[in-house]
Design a protein around this ligand. Structure first.
Ligand SMILES: O=C(O)CCC(=O)C(=O)O
Length: 277
């Protein structure tokens, strides 16, 4: 498969900076078969991080897994040969792009389990203005089961307090109401629709929704199979942050300290083919 360059244009980078998310149509349609093979491989050989999010007795599971790119060749090829790093560089307006990890999220047909409203940054041990996750659906996604993002939430002063997706209790082992400062409670855009503007796009396979690690997002259940591959990258200003509790992914034994760059032997720099916009 040939490599394609996907440098983001200035208008897309402006929209990403202002809204915290953009929808990009048809960028990765050539890679659907490859990514779908990778997801099948992932399901057949799950990692220690595989999680069905408590949906074992459901009509359809909502399962996810991550940090498998170095053992699943399809994911590694996509990360390093699809041109996605150039897209990320353009959106973040960064001269460099570093791979944080990939994340597979599958809602089987009939999965009623919602993706809880959350923002990713507090689960991670990295934070910075230059962050992007690029969520790529491998199946058609109608509006009712697509990713839903709160416009501009990446600019909120306090990120949303992280919750454990299975127990819906504080992810750091704390309580949402009593947690120490620096976080705000999880919003509910469905009951507070006058306070939030949502970005939601029906998607075709190979579209991409790029969003900032601080953008608050969630999704409903899905009546159809909805496989998604999310690649998470950071730009040149990314720094390790010590969180008040565990992180996801855990990445134990890394030895990094507050304010350090992410170690490149674990989080590789991604070669860029194109000019940063
Ligand atoms: O696919 C979903 O339902 C959620 C995706 C998500 O939370 C993410 O990629 O960070």
């Amino acid at each position: 498969m040939t490599s394609r360059l996907h440098a983001a244009g200035a208008a897309q980078a402006d929209a990403f900076a202002a809204d915290g998310a953009v929808h990009l149509r048809g960028l990765f349609t050539d890679w659907i078969d490859e990514l779908a093979a990778g997801v099948a491989h992932n399901e057949a050989q799950p990692s220690e991080f595989f999680d069905d999010n408590g949906t074992t007795d459901d009509a359809g599971r909502f399962w996810d897994d991550y940090c498998n790119w170095s053992r699943i060749a399809e994911f590694e090829r996509f990360a390093f040969r699809s041109g996605i790093a150039d897209l990320a560089a353009g959106l973040m307006r960064s001269e460099t792009v570093q791979l944080f990890h990939e994340h597979v999220l599958v809602k089987e047909a009939g999965a009623s389990r919602q993706t809880p409203w959350h923002c990713d940054a507090p689960y991670y041990f990295v934070d910075c203005p230059q962050t992007v996750s690029i969520w790529i659906p491998l199946d058609p996604v109608p509006l009712e089961s697509t990713l839903r993002l709160i416009r501009g939430s990446h600019l909120w002063e306090e990120p949303v307090h992280p919750l454990d997706w299975t127990t819906m209790t504080g992810f750091y082992g704390d309580d949402e109401k009593t947690h120490s400062g620096g976080f705000q409670p999880t919003p509910d855009p469905d009951t507070q629709s006058d306070r939030f503007e949502l970005l939601e796009w029906a998607c075709e396979p190979g579209d991409a929704v790029a969003f900032h690690y601080r953008t608050v997002h969630g999704a409903r259940g899905s009546s159809n199979l909805r496989r998604a591959f999310s690649l998470r990258m950071v730009g040149g200003d990314a720094r390790y942050v010590q969180r008040p509790g565990r992180t996801s992914p855990p990445f134990t034994g890394h030895g990094m300290l507050d304010g350090q760059r992410l170690r490149e032997d674990w989080f590789p720099m991604m070669p860029l083919a194109g000019r940063v916009s």
